[in-house]
Each structure stands twice: as structure tokens, then as C-alpha cells.
Design a protein around this ligand. Structure first.
Ligand SMILES: NC(=O)c1ccc[n+]([C@@H]2O[C@H](COP(=O)([O-])OP(=O)(O)OC[C@H]3O[C@@H](n4cnc5c(N)ncnc54)[C@H](OP(=O)(O)O)[C@@H]3O)[C@@H](O)[C@H]2O)c1
Length: 272
């Protein structure tokens, strides 16, 4: 795998999956701009880890749901790096800002979901492409099942927003293909050391058990490093002809059929 990229921006790169992505890029010698919203200490700690991995970078506060702040974020990137090879749109606002069921969600929460995902990506990609040389990489971090199903009622806002993000990624892939810039979406399954840590302990255990018991064929949850590896692969020279794709990084969880009871889908329970 050959990565020639020198400069990356990871929104929400200060903790969780974003930190996993920042560190994997840093291991490849890529300098990283680490965006955060409120928790400067985590952002600085991630920057220290980026430096320990042999790269450099800086931390930058900005709310991606505010277009003017996204523009300011990219001005800072241009001032610090001069150009940008990799843009990873990873930030997702905290659960309380969007989590409400379909019949009750306030327009404020709906707007926060859409603005932090679709609108942030619309503005972000235009800004990124202005300072990105040909051959750059743009990656949207999504959660594709949320846009495909309707069961998880309180995720309606973020589900719709992630779907819009995925659609935008395909349109931008075509728009930027003549410049050799690839635009893809990465869809993690459930990931340890992420927003999951904010859930009550019994809920976290229920989710872990569900996946270990077979919903994820690989029998474990993902890690931020798993997602970072996938992003690094997409940033490689060898991935230069992959664009407009939605890539699940979920240990096979997306292959399971929700309409079929889990025991019937387990390889070891199949008739001989
Ligand atoms: N966790 C999972 O299992 C999972 C599964 C599938 C997809 N994903 C996707 O992966 C991405 C990362 O998820 P995560 O669970 O790792 O997130 P997380 O641990 O909750 O971290 C969120 C990150 O985004 C930043 N952030 C929050 N609101 C922001 C805003 N308005 N503007 C800029 N930055 C903001 C946070 O900064 P502060 O700390 O400063 O607030 C933090 O760096 C999200 O797009 C999510 O939808 C996650």
C-alpha cells in the first residue's frame, strides 16, 4: 500500500472513530488537522498521539453544522498546510442534539442532523476541492443501516441525514472524477471506544452480546483502528480507481438478514 498524501483533515478527529482515522493516517506519515467542537483536551491528546506516530498537525475548533465555521476551518487548513490531500467528514453531533422519534422530532433537531451531515459535506467538499491537488481523497463516514431501515425510531433525523450524505458522495464522485479525486463513503458497524461509551452500561453489554452471539459474523465489535485502516486503504495510490462507493466495515454484520431468526443464520447450526 502506497500513501503519498501529506495533509489530511479529519472532522471530529479528537476522539472515537475520528481519532482512529487520524492515528492510522499519521502512521503513514500524513499530517493531520484535528477538528473538534467542545473538548479541546481530547483534541490535544490526539495530536500528541499523532506526533508520537511520527507525523504532525494541529487542532482546530469549529462547528461543522455552521457553514461559516466550515469555511473558517478550511481557511485555517490552507494557512497551516497550504493544501489538503485527504478530507474525512467524520463528525457527528452528540446524541441529545438529534435523537427524537419520527412523530415528535423538533425541527431544530432535524436541522442539526441535516446541517451537521449533508450541509456540512456540501460546503466541506467544495472548500476541500479548492485546495486539493488532483488525485486527492474525500471520505464520508456514515451509518448506512440508519438510512435503510425504520425500526430505530429516534434515529430518524440522523438516518435521513446520513442517507443524504451518501447520496452527495456519489454526486461529488462524478463531479470530481475528471481530477482523479475519489469520493467514497465508509459505513462502520458498531464500534468500541466511540459514542457507544456514552450509552448506559447495560445497553452497551446488550449490543456487545448481540454481535458476539452472531449478528456480526466475525463475533466482535469494530474498533476505531479498523475504520482507520479502511480509510487509509482508500487513501492509498492503489485505491485510485475506487470512487462513489459505499464500503461497509462491519465484520460482515450487514450481510445478516433481519427477517430471519439469528440461529438459522449461524454457520455452525446448519444441517450437515
Ligand atoms: N460509534 C459507532 O459505533 C458508529 C457506527 C457507525 C458510524 N459511526 C459514525 O462515525 C462517526 C464518528 O462516530 P463516533 O461514535 O466515533 O463519535 P464520538 O465518539 O461521539 O465523537 C464525535 C466527534 O465529533 C466531534 N463533534 C461533535 N459535534 C461536532 C460538531 N458540530 N462540529 C465538529 N465536530 C463535532 C466531537 O468533538 P467534541 O468531543 O469536541 O465534542 C468528537 O470529536 C460519526 O459520523 C458516526 O455517525 C459511528
Amino acid at each position: 500500500m502506497t500513501i503519498t498524501a501529506r495533509y489530511a483533515l479529519v472532522t471530529g478527529g479528537s476522539r472515537g472513530i475520528g481519532r482512529g482515522i487520524a492515528l492510522k493516517l499519521a502512521e503513514q506519515g500524513v499530517h493531520v488537522a484535528i477538528n473538534y467542537l467542545k473538548d479541546e483536551a481530547s483534541a490535544k491528546s490526539t495530536l500528541e498521539q499523532v506526533r508520537a506516530a511520527g507525523a504532525d498537525g494541529f487542532v482546530v475548533q469549529a462547528d461543522v453544522a455552521q457553514p461559516a465555521q466550515v469555511e473558517r476551518l478550511f481557511r485555517r487548513v490552507r494557512d497551516e498546510f497550504g493544501s489538503l490531500d485527504v478530507f474525512v467528514a467524520n463528525a457527528r453531533t452528540d446524541i441529545g442534539t438529534f435523537y427524537e422519534p419520527a412523530m415528535a422530532i423538533s425541527l431544530d433537531k432535524w436541522d442539526t442532523a441535516m446541517d451537521s451531515q449533508a450541509k456540512a459535506f456540501l460546503v466541506g467538499v467544495r472548500e476541500a476541492s479548492a485546495i486539493m491537488p488532483d488525485g486527492g481523497r474525500i471520505i464520508a463516514i456514515t451509518y448506512a443501516p440508519g438510512g435503510r431501515y425504520g425500526g430505530w425510531q429516534s434515529r430518524v433525523g440522523m438516518g435521513a441525514a446520513k442517507s443524504a450524505l451518501e447520496v452527495l458522495a456519489r454526486y461529488f464522485a462524478v463531479a470530481l472524477a475528471p481530477r482523479g479525486i475519489t469520493v467514497n463513503s465508509v459505513s462502520p458497524g458498531w464500534v468500541e471506544d466511540s459514542v457507544m461509551n456514552a450509552l448506559p452500561a447495560p445497553v452497551v453489554q446488550m449490543i456487545r452480546d448481540h454481535h458476539k452471539n452472531g449478528w456480526t459474523p466475525m463475533r466482535r465489535l469494530g474498533t476505531p483502528a479498523d475504520i482507520g485502516n479502511a480509510v487509509a486503504l482508500l487513501c492509498s495510490k492503489e485505491a485510485g480507481f475506487i470512487t462513489g462507493q459505499l464500503i461497509a466495515v462491519d465484520g460482515g454484520a450487514g450481510l445478516m438478514d433481519p427477517a430471519v431468526p439469528l440461529p438459522i443464520q449461524q454457520p455452525e447450526l446448519q444441517p450437515a
